[in-house]
Design a protein around this ligand. Sequence first.
Ligand code: ARG
Length: 581
Amino acid sequence: MVRQEILRLVRKAAERAFPSFDPEKVSLEHPEDIAHGDYATGIALALASQTKENPGGLAQALAAELEKEQSPLIEKAEVAGPGFVNIFLNPEALYRILLDFSQGVYGQSKKQKRVIIEYSSPNIAKRFGIGHLRSTIIGDALYRMQEFLGYETIGINHLGDWGTPHGIVLYQVQKHFLTGKEEQEVDSILSQLTVGQLEDLYVRFNTEAESNPELKEQAKAWFKKLEQGDKRARHIWEYARKVSSQEFERIYARLGVHIEHVLGESFYEDKMKDVVEKFKKKGLARKSEGALIVEFEHMPPAMLLKSDGTTTYFTRDLAAMNYRINTWKPHKLIIETGMEQNLHFRQVFEASRQIGWAENVELAHVGHGMYRLAEGKFSTRKGRTIHLEEVLNEAEERARLLVATSESEAEFTEQEQKEIAAMVGVGGVKYNDLMHNPQGDVLFDWDRVLNLKGNSGPYIQYAYARSRSILRQAELKEGSLPEASLKLAPGKVSPEEERILRLLYRFPEVVQDAVDSYAPNMLCEFLFDLAQKYNVFYNTHRVLEAATKEQKEFRLFMTASVARVLKDGLALLGIQSPERM
Ligand code: ARG
């Protein structure tokens, strides 16, 4: 990664120029305008504010030491402003990087760090709603980016398949479908129930319980039966879990999301007793009004056991923490959920620290905002959850129309049209989500999701398809670029090309930043920027009919690099790139 190397060089130079300065404090940024260099550092200013020396002089000393390194990466280092050092990358080096990138060589290092990431985690007996879309695709993007950077990544789906709400489904199924039925009929009755029906039963229960609160006790009793191993309760629950999992797998396949381990809340059923005992033994649990609670200094307490002795969501999360840390010994454990669970995870993490499980692991909760719907854009009945499958269907249908009207080189067969529409539709929905910082809300508006003229998935996919079309016309195959392309003398490229050269090399560092900040939107911004700059170039210059052979080769070579980075970058977001659209 270029930034790592520049950072190493600046640290070395700083050590010589300012022996008392802590090299760990060296930081780099990109100047707004590439005319001011590719990287800049303000450490001379920081140092001067401590020592009261002249920052300009300090910057001069740093720049001089940096030049002495004679790195092939650096063309020059210049003092600018009151005490910045601007660093210009060597164009020859940038060409080399382009060549590597065009072949998918990005120079990431193996970090041998192990990271667990938990994401998606929908609840059984409900259809997959857009509520779980964010966690699914933000988690998937973080997973892919971490893998790309060389982290060993473990994905977990913490399926919501246990707890009092599931008592509702058991109670309802028993009441409406199984009362008075013979034992041998049960299987065939259950196997006809759909996830949609289970969800309806759940919704109906909540409406009825508003005027009849006694029902809630019934549901609680059914969950207790389940925890105690009651045969009928178990039977219904197993069926609900199975049919829901099948539905979720169908959705995941459509989204191109694969989560390695499905370890639902029920997985911890037999592990919670031990956890509760441990908290008791260490004196970290206290009886309060019949329940067992864990207390914190600056947060409300959390419940380990309810007064009826049943476990809670919190108990299961503690068991999950213990299990994950023991089993995989990760460096880091990330949990991606809605922001409304922020307090819950602060409590879970704090309790894990209190009991001493989290000494060698960094814990992170990534909480995301909600979907807000542009008025009247969703054809849904009021007050109901929006089912993801319906959204994806509509996305593909709209994408099909979009592709049908786009100016592509050839007519598509019906099969091709379908495939492209799936990539564009699903890609548009994903990008629209990922382009926002997870913490913010996402406005859902079809006109933006599938906007070929603005910041959208299809816009970037289109830039990719166009670059591939140029390469096809030049009959250049992937990875078959002539070294000769490097011959175009540095300094001879146009400003439009230079802007691309001085952006493209940042790809791996952007991925690193996105991972470090849990912000896939940083990668979206980069890809949009790159696609835009390529479009500007394409609209200003000729590639296939360039003035000279060298120029043509260079432009093809640059086009190939841009194409590769767009495709690989979208893939890190879980978005596919059609070759034509
Ligand atoms: N199933 C939960 C929900 O839908 C999300 C689970 C989050 N993860 C966890 N470890 N509690 O709200």
